[in-house]
Structures are given as C-alpha cells and as structure tokens.
Design a protein around this ligand. Sequence first.
Ligand code: PLP
Length: 393
Amino acid sequence: MVNPRVEDSRVSLIRLFDERTSSIEGIIKLTIGEPDFNTPKSVKNAAIDAINENYSHYAKMGGMPELKMAAAHYINEKYNLHYDDPLNQVIITVGAKEALSITFQTLLQAGDRVLIPVPTFPAYATLCKLQGAIPISLNTSKSGLKLTAANLQKHLETVSGAKVLVLNYPNNPTGLTYTRQELIELAEVARNHDLYIVSDEIYSELTFNGHHTSIAEFYPEKTILINGLSKSHAMTGWRIGFLYAPKALTKLLIRVHHNNVTGPATLIQKASITAVTEAKDAAASMRHEYEVRKNIVRKGLLELGFAVPDPDSGFYLFVKIPKSLFSGSSLDFCVDLAKNARVAAIPGKAFGEAYDDYFRISCATSRANLIEALSRIEAYVRQREKFEHGFQN
Ligand code: PLP
C-alpha cells in the first residue's frame, strides 16, 4: 500500500480545469498564472553563454555562491531587508514551489497546525497534509479578503498549538497585498505567539505602485521568505526560486533541499545572476501592462454586475458571481461559461471552500483576447438574463 497521505492528495483544480477546458474549440483561456511575456534577452544570452562556458556540473550545496550573494543583494535593496550572510541564509530552489515544499518538510510534524488565510494558492494546504499536518483555513471574507491582526489574534485564541502562519501577498487569487502597517501588526501578533511565518512573496515585483513591503523586515527571526523569478521575470519554465531564512533554520532546510533535488540546473543558476543584477527591474514594464489590462477587464465586469475587488498587483481578478447567475457551485458556473461562452476561468472553490461563489480570471494574455473574452461574457450574461426572465413571465 502506498502512503495514504499521497492517495488522499490531489493535483490542483487550477491545472485540472485548465487541461479539461483546453480541448474546447476556440476557447479563450484565462486560467493559468503564467506571464505571457518573454524572458529578458540578457538572461537568455547569459544562459547561452553558460552552456558554452560549460556550466554543466553540480553547483555548490544550496546554490551557486555568486547567485546567493546576488539574490540577497537584490531583495535587501528592493525591500529594505538584511540578509547580510547570504551563503548561510539563502537557498536557490527549483521554483518557489520547491522552497514551499522543503519549508513544510523541515518545519512540520504530523498533527502540527498551520494557519492559512483564504482565499489562497491551494498548494499550501496540500503540502501540509502530505506532512500529516493540519491546515486551518482562516476565512477573510468579512475583512476585505485580507487577514487582520485582530482576526489572527482571535483565531490564535481558539486554535490551540498553531505553529505556522502562511502569508501570500500580493495574493493569488485576489491580487491584494498588505500595507506596511498591516504587516507590522501581523508580525507583532506572530511574535507574541512564537509562530513561524512562511511568507510567499512571489508576486512582489508586480505590485502596481512599485512598493512592496516584506514581513521579513519586521520579523526576520522566524520568517521563511519565498520569492523567485517565475513571475517577476516571466521565467516560470526556468524553475528558479529563492528562499531566505534565519541561519540556523537554513542549515536544516539545506539538508532537505539537497536530499530532494540537489539543486536547480547549474547553467540556469548562472543565468539567474543576470536576472537579479542587470535585469533586476524587468518587471516594471510588465506590471504596467498588467495594470492596464486589469483596469479594462474589471471595468467591463463591474458594468455587467460582477463584484471585483480592485487588485494591488499582478494579473489576477477574483470575481464574485452575482446571485442572478449563481446556481450552486463555482465549478458549475465555470463549466457553463467554458461551454457556452468559450471563456475558461478557474472556479473559486480551488482557492478555499468558502469561495464557491467566485471565479478567478488571469489577465496574463493579450488585451485583444481580454476584450474578446469580455464581449463573450457579456453575451453569456445577457443570454442567461433572457432565459431567467422567460421563467418569470
Ligand atoms: N506561490 C504562488 C502564490 C503561486 O501563485 C505560484 C504559481 O502560480 C507559486 C508559488 C509557484 O511558483 P514557481 O513557479 O516559482 O514554483
């Protein structure tokens, strides 16, 4: 018999839904969180050079030292952080996902409780369960889809033995982020309860006003900060993540990382030095375009009667389905939308059971596609209204 925790786990509804709707002819896919831009040229050239210069051997444990130094400098400079001993505080991982995976493997024992504000990226709960830990969803629908310090405090009074708080901001699927003050307050509650914070900041560079704050600034001693190049540099397929942690913990995380994967491809690590130096601001033009697209789509959806929180960042819109269009589940709604409007969006349920009357749109596609998708959604809504109206008369 295989490990029952694996038997019980699932791949995410995001991927499943994306794959299942791909076969619908002419579908516009607003599903995957994958930048539609190309990797910066300087990074591509650096990878070609790395091949020609024979960067084809194992890198040092935990990552290439020059990349660790550059990745620390990059984050310190951008977000006012102090990873001053990069060789002992940084790990170069296979995407942010591997950073998450080794963090949970290192921190969690069976039965440990992990607080996860929802809606959020579904991998956190799955990775916890694989360790036998218990993910506890913190519903944020009454506080603007964000965790407040007061709510965190309240939950900590009712959940005994919470060990870890997972934060993801800017958030997938809402695009919302935390202000400096909100992070200071959350850090204070976490410190009072001696929580570890796993802070997934993979979308940090896509913050529209350009100013991201990391909770590691206020609580470095127990924060595991996760970032990477997937979203900031349109490098999802290159698989480079950065994990920043206190020294003693980094030593343990490296044991798990090394035994699992040894490390990302050496030539990709070499090219990634260019990403965080010469191309460190590659996200600026992308985030501008994402903001324009988000404004177009949000305006169109608001006009059709959908409620859409205004994102602070990135390419997602988390959209509430109006009562008039909701027939019981976000999956039903999204299947119907895919079949009848030929627009694929992700059911809200993928991001938390409490969000079954939402769906997520990814604006990581051209403006033309988004405008066409909006016009299909409009036709769909009008059709549904006509249909419902027919029943009322
Ligand atoms: N964290 C969040 C919140 C994400 O949305 C994603 C990808 O969509 C990841 C992590 C995974 O990032 P990577 O591709 O670097 O593993």
